[in-house]
Write a protein that binds this ligand. Structure first.
Ligand code: ME8
Length: 509
């Protein structure tokens, strides 16, 4: 069976989860679920980034040990995953032994082969970003706000020879089509690589930062947060070893645009290349959620708490909204108004009404049992054609990460089913005594049931809970693989439908 290994960024354990964290998990989960429905052997990893200065400082402020601090935060992040119905197979925390061992083995190997060396570093250091920053990054004599306080320091440190592998990396990106999605991000990386890259300072003296993984070859130092963090993708599937494992390499690292250049697109592939480990299969780089143009992260004044929306409207409504609104790769503005419009119009009115209409009418006119399709007139032909166009596109859209378009098409189909119901008007046909009208009525209900089966099937990656619920109401088990189930005509004839249900209650105006 073909494997598919997908990861998310591991979230910083220095604060509570926010919308960006929630979105990234949903995005990766939609892709993971889609791949499983395609019949692939999927391994889906997410986790928590627990070391570093900020965690050390936050724990200090609270007067507790860093480990206790991250243990508490881990609960919050794991609760978020549960509340969003995320289907991850593993959860890695960088304070786990299995991770530390792999990081240390990797460091030792690179040190032994001469790719890590000791030198003096003198430069400007951003405490907030936990990285050295360059003078040329100043704007009008000021450090960019994201760096917070910047101080000048000189200290002996360990460096990783990045420059040695620069040409290899450029060639790798150029010769692997689709390696970074969307393509314009790959171009940004190539732009960055036009200048010679500096070697990476990968250590911090313990006296300044104690909350990290000690360098195996110098106990006075811990490794710098990026070297530690990116290695999680390997340590989770290859515990204790650097050997390639069943799932390696990762097929997609799902990350936000802020951490592509340089950590994921430069440090990570070069670390692997230098260690003789296969580089990543690819990156899926999403944009940022903004409100009024600002990202909604804690440090910049978050206004929407995703946990509240999930609890109020259910995980599927939240998953639908973020997947429908975000054109993967672009930024997107999050507003409660838009959320409510999508909820009320797409979910409650279009999808929810279709379900309750079908259940009510089948109960009333056919004793709750799905009848057979008996006629094929203009309205039926239009409906089948409408499904056909979705059918032809849907796999390509999911595969190409055009998830918002996949949902747009699916809901266009749902609308056309509602239009079909209006055109056929079974409630009018029911008043007729003609046997032809009875056949039309039964056909209409059978066609609506079949349409709903198809819509539920293609919605499963995005709305697994609702998809399964619809299948249950249709008297069938949810499909676990799409193959053979996307064609119109898998008759539900004879199935007993569930009792009328409200899938999306109107919770607000
Ligand atoms: O960067 N919209 O952790 P993190 C969308 N620990 N995505 C957002 C976002 C927003 N407003 N804000 C953040 C880290 N993200 C490191 C990663 S990986 C080996 C180490 C995304 O908690 C961000 O782009 O700051 C990143 O992919 C993820 O959330 C975690 O961010």
């Amino acid at each position: 069976m073909k494997k598919f290994y997908i990861t998310t960024a591991i979230d910083y354990a220095n604060g509570s989860p926010h919308l960006g964290h929630a979105y990234e998990k949903v995005l990766a989960d939609v892709v993971a679920r889609f791949k499983r429905l395609q019949g692939l052997d999927v391994w889906f990893l997410t986790g928590l980034d627990e070391h570093g200065m900020k965690v050390q400082q936050s724990a200090q402020k609270k007067g507790i040990a860093p480990q206790q601090f991250v243990d508490e935060i881990a609960v919050e992040f794991q609760d978020l995953l549960k509340s969003l119905n995320i289907s991850n197979d593993d959860y890695i925390r960088t304070t786990e032994e299995r991770h530390k061992t792999v990081v240390q083995n990797l460091l030792q190997k690179l040190f032994d082969q001469g790719d890590i060396y000791k030198d003096h570093y003198r430069g400007y250091y951003s405490i907030r970003a936990e990285q050295f920053v360059l003078e040329k990054e100043m704007v009008d004599g000021q450090w960019p706000e994201i760096y917070g306080e910047v101080v000048e320091i000189t200290e002996p440190n360990y460096f990783f020879r990045l420059g040695k592998y620069q040409d290899w990396l450029i060639d790798h990106i150029k010769t692997h089509e689709g390696y970074i999605y969307p393509q314009f991000r790959a171009n940004q990386v190539l732009e960055f690589l036009k200048e010679p890259i500096n070697d990476l300072c990968l250590s911090r003296p313990k006296e300044r930062l104690s909350w990290g993984i000690p360098l195996p070859f110098d106990d006075d130092y811990v490794t710098y947060v990026w070297f530690d963090a990116v290695t999680n993708y390997l340590s989770a599937v290859a515990p204790g070893t650097l050997e390639n494992e069943t799932y390696w390499p990762a097929d997609r690292h799902v990350i936000g645009k802020d951490i592509l250049v340089p950590p994921h697109s430069v440090y990570w592939p070069i670390m692997l290349k230098a260690a003789g480990i296969k580089p990543p299969g690819g990156f899926l780089v999403h944009g940022f959620w903004t409100t009024s143009g600002r990202k909604m992260s804690k440090s910049e004044g978050e206004t929407v708490d995703p946990l509240d929306l999930i609890a109020e409207f259910g995980p599927d409504a939240f998953r639908y909204y973020v997947t429908r609104e975000m054109n993967v790769g672009q930024d997107s503005d999050f507003t409660l108004e838009k959320f409510m419009t999508r909820y009320n119009s797409d979910l409650a009115n279009d999808l929810g009404n279709l379900v309750s209409r079908l259940l009510n009418m089948t109960q009333r006119y056919c004793g709750g049992v799905v009848p057979a399709v008996q006629v094929s007139e203009e309205p039926e032909k239009e409906l089948w054609a409408s499904w056909d166009s979705v059918h032809q596109e849907i796999v390509g859209l999911y595969d190409g990460f055009r998830l918002h378009t996949a949902l747009e098409r699916t809901f266009q189909f749902v609308s056309s089913v509602n239009r079909y119901a209006e055109t056929r008007a079974p409630w009018k046909l029911a008043k007729s005594d003609s046997p032809e009208d009875r056949q039309r009525l039964e056909t209409a209900l059978a066609a609506m049931a079949e349409s709903l089966r198809l819509a539920a099937t293609v919605l499963l990656p995005v709305m697994p809970g609702i998809g399964e619920k619809i299948f249950e109401l249709l008297g069938s088990p949810a499909v676990s693989i799409w193959k053979g189930h996307l064609k119109w005509g898998e008759s539900l004839q004879g199935k007993t439908l569930g009792k009328a249900a409200i899938l999306f209650p109107k919770t607000r105006k």
